[in-house]
Design a protein around this ligand. Structure first.
Ligand code: 13P
Length: 288
């Protein structure tokens, strides 16, 4: 199956009261682990690529070619969207050209009028090419590729203005943070989410910072219109921990040369376990 826009899968998720996971990819092993898990669980999936990860993988064209070829070779039949995560204006155009099927334009740091103007332009381009487009209002907290946001709560009126431009999905800041949540985190602002949901009608909402949000909050967010949840740090942490354990135990490593297939296998399994756990909580299993 070729890459698909995220539009259909998210509209179905919103109507069916579950969420599709966006799992960020960093390399071939990461991508393969996520695709195989989605296929095994018959779940739609979104592969997120930050600009930093795109650069690391040598560029967006490499990423798009790798993902498309992998879908073909692994005979993946569940819907897969390849999505730019927190794209700059220039990054959006690079990914459109490279063959991504979905784009996030993160104009949240621009004054609202500029965010609107740039988002409007990208809506037209994406519509013509059949790509889905995510917009953001109210910065998500934490650090993403060196950019630190404060974790604002979005203004529901501004969300409506952006939603009315015809974007496919909207990420509204509701006190969520990328990376680990601090011990004194106030939790998600359901008051903000409910107000945004009321303003934007049936638009699928996106919850960033999916790592470490308690299950009951995830479920409540889904009940208030969240149809896409982004997870990155949790896969990184589980990969790191499994690899550390494997090296510490010294299995197959000493005096036997270096075999990346063996070294990376426990981390890949850990990513698969994390993705499965998240898909169970999000309710997307069997929804492909
Ligand atoms: P986490 O790293 O907190 O899982 O957030 C991922 C994310 O929102 C990517 O956009």
């Amino acid at each position: 199956m070729a890459l698909v826009s995220a539009k259909d899968m998210l509209e179905k998720a919103r109507a069916g009261k579950y969420a599709v996971g966006q799992f960020n990819i960093n390399n071939l092993e990461w991508t393969k682990s996520i695709l195989l898990t989605a296929q095994e669980l018959n779940s739609p999936v979104i592969l997120g690529v930050s600009e930093g990860a795109g650069k690391y993988m040598t560029g967006f064209k490499t990423v798009a070619a790798m993902v498309s070829a992998m879908i073909d070779e692994l005979k993946i039949t569940v819907p897969v969207a390849l999505h730019l995560d927190h794209g700059t204006y220039e990054g959006c155009y690079k990914c459109i050209e490279a063959g991504f099927s979905s784009i996030m334009f993160d104009g949240s740091h621009f004054p609202i009028e500029e965010n609107i103007a740039k988002t409007k332009e990208l809506v037209e381009v994406c519509n013509k090419k059949g790509l889905s487009l995510e917009a953001e209002v109210g910065a998500i907290g934490g650090e993403e590729d060196g950019v630190v946001g404060k974790g604002e709560c979005a203004d529901p009126e501004e969300c409506k203005k952006i939603a009315d431009l015809g974007v496919t999905m909207l990420a509204a800041g509701i006190g969520n943070i990328h990376g680990k949540y601090p011990a004194d985190w106030a939790g998600l602002s359901f008051e903000t989410l409910a107000a945004v949901n009321e303003k934007v009608g049936e638009m699928p909402l996106v919850l960033h910072g999916g790592t470490g949000i308690p299950t009951d909050m995830i479920k409540k967010a889904i009940s208030l219109g969240v149809a896409k949840i982004n997870v990155n740090t949790e896969c990184q942490l589980s990969f790191q921990e499994a690899t550390r354990k494997y090296i510490e135990e010294g299995k197959d490593l000493v005096g036997k040369g270096f075999d990346p297939r063996k070294l990376l296998a426990p981390g890949c399994q850990a990513i698969r376990d994390t993705v499965k756990e998240k898909m169970e909580i999000f309710g997307s299993i069997g929804k492909a």
